[in-house]
Design a protein around this ligand. Structure first.
Ligand SMILES: Nc1ncnc2c1ncn2[C@@H]1O[C@H](COP(=O)(O)OP(=O)(O)OP(=O)(O)O)[C@@H](O)[C@H]1O
Length: 513
């Protein structure tokens, strides 16, 4: 008897289909009493199973199949391994160069499956993905080695996971309902975002135009950023305003993109700002260095294109990428011989024209936030930093008054400071007003606009828990800095002109007169 399928596939499982019995079918049947009411014979051969219900009521067979189906759905034994991809079951593949791979990997990790795995690949690379020894700080993490297969129950469905080492995950559901797969992906994405609240993910390029490895860094509080008043608040508000006003951009016919340039002396907090901003805004950082091998106009275009919106594309030290003009002229080169050598070392395959094209390109993601950093804004071509490409420029300077006091307070917050609930670094047993006075003294003893926060932090690290010592040690430290700076200048001169050799060279010059 050939009948239309009767069972609905709302749960995603295949419908039961009634087929005519083949002529050659002749297995020896088994008879059993179902529900103490109906006799059923079952005949099984290698390819088919035939049921005969000893009743004139056709519903008995339907009921029996329905019950078998429910039994199958609820069973605790995993279904057989699914091999190949020609099955009717719904499947999804996640490649390691896409962020969804990380969502799925971390989600699988959180589901506490793969307990039967005995072969691992270990890595000490910083990452949130992978299995770490329980209770230990994540210094090492493991992934099941190549081609492992795992089956587990997710919500009411059986799932099969094929993990191909570091490159691909395939998920197959024992269902043909696509929405189950989409629900699974959404659950993984939400879980990932939840966990990301305490960290910032930095995506790095794999050298072949793809975003590859993800480095998870712990989130840096915005309050630890020490900048002159108003700078960080203004920057944060500007980005928030940008992300919330997509419709305005569409209405005004302006591409929904924004570029920021953070420029200024080394160690003044440019990279730290990007890191803290990403944490504050719940965004991920996509980091590319234009001077990296393999990064050229083509690969950079691809990377721009595949950077998701609502994330930060960070280009650090953008000036290292190319000389002032693509054709570095003699005039520019001779202006600063030292710089010429530095540029030759870092010469990028990305050209200025190429970068301008990419920045303006229509294939660039909408909602893109680009942040570039440089120590040498004067080396950048004006075309690169015109509005539309770079909309906001922020200067980072060496530490001034308020910053000096601020960095001191960060190191010695005082035991009772509410901003220091952990009490990690104390105020050395001093009262809040004593620490205030020392912070003033510290700021007064250091010349303004001469040292970076990074330098000062380096100094203060040597005086952990000893704020008085830190203030008293300042004159000696400054003397040391000045001596080192003078030596560096002499070394720089020698590199440009080897005939100039510190004290000896001065004497030679003296002889020339
Ligand atoms: N303004 C700042 N606020 C808080 N920490 C800072 C600040 N400036 C520097 N630091 C500290 O100094 C270190 C170096 O800072 P960062 O890398 O952000 O400097 P940078 O301006 O990006 O330097 P470069 O131009 O050399 O890349 C970081 O560890 C950071 O903690």
């Amino acid at each position: 008897m050939d009948r239309d399928p009767r069972f609905k596939s709302g749960d995603g499982y295949l419908d039961a289909v009634y087929e005519p019995v083949p002529n050659s079918y002749d297995p020896s049947p088994d008879l059993f009493h179902w529900k103490k009411r109906h006799w059923i014979t079952v005949s099984v051969d290698t390819s088919a199973l035939m049921l005969e219900v000893w009743s004139l009521n056709q519903n008995v067979l339907d009921d029996f199949i329905q019950e078998a189906r429910e039994f199958y759905l609820k069973r605790s034994v995993p279904p057989p391994e699914i091999i190949g991809s020609d099955s009717l079951l719904v499947a999804g593949t996640f490649e390691s160069d896409d962020i969804s791979y990380t969502w799925i990997l971390e989600y699988l990790q959180s589901q506490n499956i793969m307990t039967d795995v005995v072969e691992f690949n270990f890595s000490t690379q910083q990452s949130a993905a992978g299995w770490s020894p329980k209770g230990k700080k994540e210094t090492i993490h493991a992934l099941p080695s190549s081609s492992s297969v795992h089956r587990f129950r997710w919500r009411s469905h059986w799932v099969q996971v094929n993990l191909y080492r570091d490159s691909q995950i395939t998920i197959r559901f024992h269902s043909c309902d696509k929405s189950v797969l989409l629900d699974f992906i959404e659950a993984a994405r939400l879980k990932y975002n939840e966990a990301a609240i305490s960290r910032v993910n930095v995506h790095l390029t794999d050298g072949y135009a793809n975003w590859g490895r993800v480095v998870a860094k712990s989130r840096r509080s915005f309050s630890t950023l020490i900048l002159p008043d108003g700078i960080k608040e203004t920057l944060l508000a500007d980005i928030q305003e940008f992300t919330e006003n997509e419709q305005w951009y569409a209405f005004a016919g302006v591409p929904h993109r924004r570029g920021y340039l953070l420029y200024g002396d080394p160690g003044t907090g440019k990279s730290t700002t990007v890191h803290a901003l990403a944490g504050e805004l719940g965004m991920e950082i996509y980091f590319v260095s234009l001077a990296s091998p393999g990064v050229n106009n083509h690969t950079l275009g691809e990377l721009f294109h595949s950077t998701p919106s609502h994330s930060i594309l960070l280009i650090e030290d953008i000036d290292c990428a190319f000389p002032l003009r693509d054709d570095l002229s003699d005039e520019v080169a001779s202006r600063d011989g030292y710089r010429e050598t530095e540029m030759a070392e870092h010469r990028s395959e990305v050209t200025l024209a190429g970068l301008l094209n990419i920045l303006d390109s229509v294939v660039s993601q909408e909602g893109r936030i680009l942040i570039a950093t440089t120590n040498h804004i004067d080396q950048l071509d004006p075309a690169l930093i015109r509005p539309g490409r770079i909309d906001v420029k922020i200067k980072y300077s060496l530490a001034v008054d308020a910053q000096l006091e601020n960095v001191f307070h960060r190191f010695y917050p005082g035991d009772k400071d509410p901003a220091n609930p952990s009490g990690v670094q104390s105020g050395g047993g001093l009262t809040v007003s004593e620490l205030e006075a020392l912070a003033h003294e510290f700021a007064a003893a250091i010349p303004h606009s001469k040292y970076s926060i990074a330098q000062l932090q380096g100094y203060l690290l040597a005086w952990k828990n000893n704020p008085r010592g830190a203030v008293q040690g300042i004159p000696a430290w400054i003397a040391l800095q000045e001596m080192e700076a003078a030596q560096a200048v002499r070394r720089g001169r020698r590199e440009v002109n080897p005939s100039v050799g510190g004290d000896t060279a001065d004497t030679v010059h003296g002889g020339d007169d």
